[in-house]
Ligand binder design. Sequence first.
Ligand code: IVH
Length: 720
Amino acid sequence: MRDQSQDKTANANAPDFDAPATTLTRAEAEKELALLAELLSQANEEYHTKDAPRLSDAEYDRLKRRNQDVEAKFPDLKRPDSASDQVGGPLADGFDKIRHEVRMLSLGNAFSSEDVEDFDQRIRKFLGLGAEESVTYTAEPKIDGLSLSLRYEGGALVYAATRGDGETGENVTANARMIGSIPQSLTGAPDVLEIRGEVYMSRSDFQALNKKQAETGGKTFSNPRNAAAGSLRQLDANITRVRPLAFFAYAWGAMSAPLSDTQMGTVEAFENFGFSTNPLTKLCNGPDELIAQYEKIEQTRATLDYDIDGVVYKVNALDLQRRLGFRSTTPRWAIAHKFAAELAWTRLEAIEIQVGRTGALSPVARLLPVTVGGVVVSNATLHNEDYIAGKDSKGEAIRDGKDIRVGDWVQVYRAGDVIPKIADVDLSKRPEKSDAYAFPTVCPECGSDAVREDGDAVRRCTGGLICPAQAIEKLKHFVSRGAFDIEGLGAKQVEQFYSDGWIKSPADIFTLKTRYGSGLQQLKNREGWGEKSANNLFDAIDTRRNVDLSRVIFSLGIRHVGEQASKLLANHYGSWSAFERGVLDAQDTKSDAWADLNSIDGVGVVMAGSLTQSFAQAHELEMIRALVSELSINDAIAPQVSDSPVAGKTVVFTGSLEKMTRAEAKARAEGLGVKVAGSVSAKTDLLVAGSGAGSKAKKAADLGIETIDEDAWLTLIGDA
Ligand code: IVH
């Protein structure tokens, strides 16, 4: 594509995109719209199809805005091929997906010394260590960048993938090859080695880059982390090449042979392969030494040329790491001790109420924009009405009992990527005439009563699906990433379709084509839709008809039933029909079905009750069935993580175990693909009874379920 700025000087007749659109004549506008259509369609093609954009994002946005301005002035001149009708700007994700052989996890957080002591306690308890036995940890800076997994086979870099959702990331190999501190090949490495670490940009490089970008009219970045992310996730690796990125190696995924029996030893081996590792990494015995190292790193923080946001602690011995294992998304053997959040004072301009998919009324603070830790903050969460009134969930005073009022000066803080919060109120600056905030008792969206049940901190709209906010939020959840994740159908499109009356409930998404497909024209002429994007949408919807059971369960947006719980439920019931039957039958809390639902480890009475309640509502069940009739749902196959004889079996532990703690026994069993249940039912395959086993052993005997002792169990799983 031609460079617009050069065109302007080269050709005096070229349109001046900076002149106000209001001064254009009709003829000029027509000419300009034709040129913009051509420029923008070329830019789209270069970006999406050829992976070779020549316009910066800022230039692209400028052209697109100009197009809209001119169209707004002369609506009848809008062209059929106008870029305003094309969905997806140049930021669509054009990377291939890569499934991580070993999931990329995140870390739990510690915010205080007590949290660090608790972390150490939990580990010792899990491992059943005595008071005199201390655990050795590594302590190292938590780099504020983005994580990357580099896979080497036979010593050669075969791919680089971002973390993504932890299971699947984006293939950014071409870009990673442009980073100087990432070796292309390794000598003496195991056959398969996945090195994990953090891509970051140094502060000085970030400043230099922003300066250059500002001079050349390119996009500037708000902080080094965003600059690193924006530079790595470039479809054109040539852009990554000129961006100064660096990489610290600190962890690993698949590894065909161990490099050491410790965390420290393994990371030192990475250094010998030519990776940069962080020089502030240190071995520490017990929580006191961890905290001392934390304080030391915190003191050097300002002098480092890269951003860090805490200190990561990891159990050093790899056999202990293995025994400790993982929770659903975080390892038990590591934690991130975060630095105190950055604070700033600003004025609270308004309190707005958002209504969520379960009807919860969530108050949001609209703030006079203020910079907190390099990011402009204009909203903060206010949690719930008690929080605004200065009380916690137990009715005790928070902020010394100070309430929060519109017009107040409030102190905002950001900790990591979480939504900003309000820490304090400056009463000396409170306007003379101000009223305590009156939390609404009717839903601001539909006018239904908003009620607060006993023991619930949250006030909820009782309008159900007549409440447009709830309906839209449910639909947005339905199309979200962990649920149906339909390409081209995001929050914005859902809102549009809902307000047009085209989609009222999830099933409507799947009948959209039958109802409006022949009238494609209608969709096509809508703002933001062209023929191609409409067809793409129908295709994307169709490909999602075939869907895994756990996704369907999660997509229903039932309170307390998150992604992880949906997987547990799917694995337990196996098929949609068994799940539906199970939940319907469980409405009777005296039934076996209720006991069965509650026997799933990770499902408690609250979640079980929430499930049975939503299936008990006729309209809800009708909607769910309408959806299911549009789908072909894959049965859940419990992940066969091992070829152990116990994989896939339902096992209950009871009594006290001697060789390991109950928590370790459970985690180890789950690692072998066992379903560990909390209570004995007809579905139990095996009871492992330690000493002093009581009622569970009796029930198992009554049901004729095989019962073995701890030693027999260890022999069975090969740990004896
Ligand atoms: S270890 C299984 N070490 O923090 C543990 N993570 O909140 C894997 N991070 O996604 C992570 N510095 O992007 C580890 N020294 C460090 C780190 C670090 C930064 C990031 C990483 C991870 C996130 C977790």
